[in-house]
Ligand binder design. Sequence first.
Ligand code: PXL
Length: 278
Amino acid sequence: MAYQRILTVQDISCIGQCSITVALPILSACGHETCILPSGVLSTHTGGFGMPHIKDLTEEFSGILDHWQAQNFVFDAVYTGYLGNTKHMDFVREIFRTLLIPGGVRIVDPAMADHGKLYTGFDMDYARAMGEFCSCADVILPNVTEGCLMTGMPYQQELTEDFVSELMGKLEQLAPNVVLTGVGYKDEETGVLVSRNGKRWHYVHKKIPKSFHGTGDVFASAFVGAYLQGKTLEEAVVIAADFTAKCIEKTWKEPAHWYGVKFEAVLPELIGTLFSEK
Ligand code: PXL
């Protein structure tokens, strides 16, 4: 079993099952030491509880970084999710340069949009900056909306293979490994299109006709956990997609749980998948 020290940079949404409150338990279940750099603290996520109380933590970043650099801390991987402003991206670039071990992995989930729309609080300047930021990464994990926003392609809900192929072609210019989520061509199907150094592969799975906030964070965290456990990109995608689908199955019949994905009860299964002796 690998034991990697991962730094995840994303917000703390106190309520809402997303970002750090999802990444920490999932990465721990995958057997890794998880360090956090919170980009901000929000009373809830921005997806439906009204206007959250927000404390941006940008001003704390340089003090935290100085201390880490003075203590010679290093990370095996850095995984970013929801950030909040473009200054966070500059700090993370510095972290990539100074606090990653040689050959350490840089994983960026652009976490800024879904269903054709940017999340509340983001604009096109942020989306463009995120596109540039992705070009520093080894692996990027956009959904189709984020992919379109970062590459300037007009979003379309009905996907065709030609459209997705063109989008993937543009994303391949940003990063060597692309994990594009939400790619399905039939009503009852969704999937993940992977490009590993230009070699493409599509994993198709059943679609549950309802979406939940934080689904992308559950998928990304399980993917990072499995990938850093030594799984190939494709194996990690299968593990993360199957885990996410099972989590959604636990959630979708409960309208009162609209705000997040009930992933907790599926963690033992994820651990079993990763660590069972073959
Ligand atoms: O990645 C989902 C997410 C994370 N953090 C915050 C959000 C959202 C989605 O709306 O608002 C603060």
